[in-house]
Design a protein around this ligand. Structure first.
Ligand SMILES: Nc1nc2c(c(=O)[nH]1)N[C@H]1C(S)=C(S)[C@@H](COP(=O)(O)OP(=O)(O)OC[C@H]3O[C@@H](n4cnc5c(=O)[nH]c(N)nc54)[C@H](O)[C@@H]3O)O[C@H]1N2
Ligand SMILES: Nc1nc2c(c(=O)[nH]1)N[C@H]1C(S)=C(S)[C@@H](COP(=O)(O)OP(=O)(O)OC[C@H]3O[C@@H](n4cnc5c(=O)[nH]c(N)nc54)[C@H](O)[C@@H]3O)O[C@H]1N2
Ligand SMILES: [Mo]
Length: 802
């Protein structure tokens, strides 16, 4: 089956983010999914107290929401979930799995919502209906027959706090800490780096910081596509005169200009807001060098001021003695004139930090030529960014995947903290670190115990509450689970949402391993490749989505989620469930737990009958964070999770915030660098949510009707002997023992720094070796991979895949 896509078209897009393009895109998907958002209906309750919390990104839900607090991509995610399309019995009767294996990601999910529990039938190679009780019974029996070390419990970041809490409890009572999650591929570098730097497990920013800031450093995050509602906060900030200093590999439209599609006057007049006041196109992997440049400019200005005093600038002849130093003194003087206090906040550094001298020495030691070469920015650009930074009282650091999904992801995040610490930009209003999270509850899942690291879960408390001995060994994170699957050491994979097989690196080897699983159990809303490729025994268990009415014994239930800024919100589903045979996620987890564990102290049934009781249990487990959980569930704007770093209490080993100096500027690869090597980054289009491909349009980047493309700098295209539109095979340039390759990608000339290239995720995932990850956080380096191009011999049909 091939998609009914428009014929491919590449053409520059001149519109802003938002605007009429956004309105049109929402209209298109609602038509395609056969849903109507009429009048003040469903969408008007999105992200509002007593409404449902959007199933797309994790951006904050303000206490005083806009009349319509949703964006183009939130509307798409809603349409995708409440679609009237169904992957029902007739569908699975018709299509054996070996046929579905040839389908595109888009076409699998496009079939619509799953309607009934199913088991794979080897005789016909089809998923066939099964009773819920029988499914639970067999899965429980199989799990009991396995060693808990052989079982992995994956979580994608959408499941609620209630479900996630039950799920981790189930895994631990069963005896396993193997809890890989989507966060391992996402913000894990933050989860490792932020505690080391500032003693916080998540970003410290709150929404009001955007209202009180003077300047935002916006690094490696694609706001227009990935978290469009955050554009409202940026737009308001820009209207107040706030400077936005952007570091990004690409010139992303949402970071350039925006027309708020929900402002009638802006829509009618076409009035655009220019978002970034400074835009620095850094090479991928070049952020440590770029930020070192910014820090170096400030540290040397501070040195010059202290060392020379203003009087020693000129020699007897009236000319500067040391022109470079003189320039630094002048720079420092201009900062002092604006700031009135200091270049670096030495009081803060003395009182609150360790490691400054070592860091400053490293910054002084890096030569500008080296910083320029690695970052792709000029010295004057880095100095300009330093100038803007130092002339602002309160500066926020906002960042995303371009920093975390890197071989040096942890050190990237350290570097962001270092820059913030130089001028005390943590723990004060209008400043702070904002790690923009991905999935709508990915941050919250960690808060309630989804983690492979036993030290991060309240094991003693769980033991006390539920009378069992939780496993104390370190479980597998995503990369380790992949290794175990490839080696045949993982025998069963339970998946709470997600599309593991498509999201992880090394697609081909993973698919081989996946087929050898003894048991694969997928709790899901829509069909994807992780279901179609499967283990010897395979179950597909369909669940309610968050937007749907969840009716249990005590009536309609609410669930809860935590946003990127650590605010916790209740959410109530509204729409009629996609099928009467669906169970809620808590009900499915309880069914699996009871069948696997037998009698326990956990009142699984009572919890499923009344989710308020699960929240009480969460509160008993985490009394501080979840104080009065049920009472505060629908607090407008959410209730805030306490974070000591926000109050400048540093929960680190040193008791202070730590300057942590990256050991080098750029990772070393196990290949000699050749002139023919490009550094690949992977990207999301404006028409996808992770592996969910809504369609084949990336409006902002001017790509229509195809996803198998490679964005390359026009000069590199010529230098490497290709032309616009050529088809190339892309091979991984590290690991000579394994030639990873994707074929027939179409070259698109693009405004991307020389030496870099970009392709869409998940199409490019076969190229990424599993071992190519940050050694500390184990986050795959999806934003930096050396590759080579060669002319493709494959004949390409202009299908969406080609
Ligand atoms: N519509 C939509 N929304 C989403 C998602 C989606 O797929 N679609 N996914 C959700 C999830 S799970 C997540 S984690 C977030 C992801 O949201 P983002 O954090 O925005 O991640 P990406 O979309 O991968 O984009 C990364 C950005 O970094 C830039 N970049 C790449 N490499 C580098 C580099 O080395 N340095 C710098 N400075 N920039 C670089 C890219 O040009 C791009 O603008 O979005 C969430 N929201
Ligand atoms: N090359 C490359 N790879 C990447 C990335 C990248 O930037 N580049 N990004 C990484 C990142 S940041 C992430 S977060 C991961 C994402 O990895 P995952 O979270 O595993 O993948 P998703 O695509 O979000 O999962 C989509 C599936 O979730 C299921 N689903 C949707 N809603 C629900 C629900 O309410 N309940 C349940 N039970 N199931 C539901 C549907 O069946 C759908 O097919 O991918 C990572 N992989
Ligand atoms: Mo993510």
């Amino acid at each position: 089956m091939t998609s009914k896509a428009r014929s491919p078209e590449i053409r520059a897009y001149s519109g802003p983010a938002g605007g009429w393009g956004s309105a049109k895109s929402v209209a298109e998907i609602t038509l395609k999914e056969h849903v109507a958002f009429r009048g003040p209906g469903l969408l008007s309750t999105q992200n509002k107290p007593e409404g449902y919390m959007c199933v797309s990104c994790a951006w904050a839900k303000p206490a005083k929401p806009h009349p319509l607090e949703f964006c183009e991509n939130g509307a798409k995610a809603t349409a995708w979930e409440v679609t009237s399309r169904r992957a029902d019995r007739a569908f699975f009767d018709k299509h054996p799995l070996h046929e579905l294996e040839t389908w595109e990601d888009h076409d699998l999910e496009e079939q619509g919502r799953l309607t009934h529990p199913m088991r794979w039938d080897p005789a016909t190679d089809r998923y066939v209906p099964v009773a819920w009780a029988d499914a639970f019974e067999e899965i429980g029996r199989e799990l009991r027959g396995l060693d808990p070390h052989q079982v992995d419990f994956y979580t994608s970041g959408r499941a609620s706090l209630e479900t996630s809490y039950m799920y981790q409890l189930f895994a631990r009572m069963y005896g396993s800490n193997n809890m890989p999650d989507s966060s391992n591929m996402c913000h894990e570098s933050s989860s490792v780096a932020l505690p080391e730097s500032i003693g916080a497990s998540v970003g410290t920013a709150v929404l009001s910081d955007f209202q009180n800031t003077d300047c935002i450093f916006y690094i490696a995050q694609n706001v227009g596509t990935s978290s469009p509602r955050l554009l409202h906060d940026l737009q308001d900030a820009v209207d107040r005169g706030v400077k936005i200093v952007t570091f990004n590999l690409l010139r992303e439209r949402g970071l350039e200009r925006f027309v708020n599609p929900q402002s009638p006057s802006q829509m009618l007049t076409g009035k655009e807001t220019k978002i970034s006041s400074e835009y620095y196109q850094v090479k991928n992997g070049g952020d440590i060098a770029a930020l070192f440049g910014v820090c170096k400019a400030l540290i040397e200005a501070d040195d010059a001021l202290k060392g020379s005093g203003k009087s020693s600038v000129a020699g007897d002849d009236g000319k500067p003695k040391d022109p470079d130093n003189a320039a630094m003194v002048a720079f420092a003087a201009s900062i002092l004139a604006a700031d009135k206090k200091h270049v670096l906040d030495h009081d803060f550094i003395r009182e609150h930090t360790t490691g400054f001298e070592e860091f400053a020495e490293a910054a002084r030691g890096h030569q500008w030529e080296e910083l320029e070469r690695v970052s792709g920015l000029s010295r004057s650009q880095m100095t300009q960014a330093a100038d803007t930074y130092a002339k602002s009282d309160a500066v926020m650091m906002v960042y995303g995947m371009g920093l975390t999904q890197q071989l040096m992801g942890v050190q990237n995040v350290h570097m962001v903290c270092n820059l913030a610490l130089l001028r005390g930009n943590i723990g004060k209003s209008g400043a702070n670190i904002c790690a923009v999270r991905g999935h709508s509850n990915v941050q919250g899942q960690r808060t309630v115990g989804i983690t492979e690291k036993p030290g991060l879960a309240p094991l003693d408390k769980l033991s006390e509450l539920y009378g069992f001995e939780p496993p104390r060994w370190t479980g597998r994170s995503t990369v380790e689970t992949c290794e175990a699957i490839m080696r045949g050491q993982s025998r069963a994979f339970i998946s709470l949402g997600g599309n593991f097989l498509r999201a992880v690196p090394d697609t081909a080897a993973m698919e081989d391993g996946w087929r050898k699983l003894h048991l694969s159990v997928q709790i899901a809303t829509k069909l994807n490749r992780s279901h179609v490729v499967h283990g010897e025994i395979a179950y597909l268990l369909p669940c309610l989505g968050r937007i749907e009415l969840d009716e249990q014994m005590t009536g309609p239930q609410a669930v809860s989620i935590e946003s990127s800024i650590a605010h916790i919100h209740g959410s109530r589903g509204k729409t009629k469930p996609a099928s009467p045979e669906l169970l809620s996620e808590p009900a499915i987890v309880a069914g699996l737990a009871k069948a696997t564990l037998g009698e326990t102290k956990v009142p699984w049934d009572a919890w499923v009958g009344d989710y308020a009781q699960i929240r009480d249990a969460i509160e008993r487990t985490y009394p501080e964070t979840f104080k009065d959980f049920n009472k505060r569930l629908f607090t407008p704007g959410g209730f805030v999770r306490p974070l000591p770093a926000r109050e400048r209490k540093w929960v680190t080993k040193s008791g202070k915030a730590n300057f942590l100096t990256p050991e080098k500027l750029f990772p070393e690869f196990s290949i000699s660098q050749g002139a023919d090597i490009l550094h690949l980054t992977t990207l999301r289009s404006n028409d996808q949510f992770n592996t969910t491909i809504y369609g084949y349009s990336d409006r902002f980047r001017g790509v229509e009707g195809t996803r198998k493309i490679l964005f390359v700098n026009p000069e590199d295209i010529v230098r490497l002997g290709f032309e616009d539109g050529d088809r190339v095979d892309v091979t991984t340039a590290i690991d000579a023992n394994n030639l990873r390759k994707v074929t027939a990608f179409r070259i698109v000339p693009y405004d991307i720094p020389k030496g870099c290239c970009g392709a869409y995720y998940p199409e490019a995932n076969p190229l990424f070796p599993l071992a190519h990850h940050d050694p500390k956080s184990k986050t795959p380096s999806y934003k930096l991979l050396p590759v080579r191009l060669s002319r493709s011999i494959e004949i390409s049909h202009d299908s969406p895949a080609g």
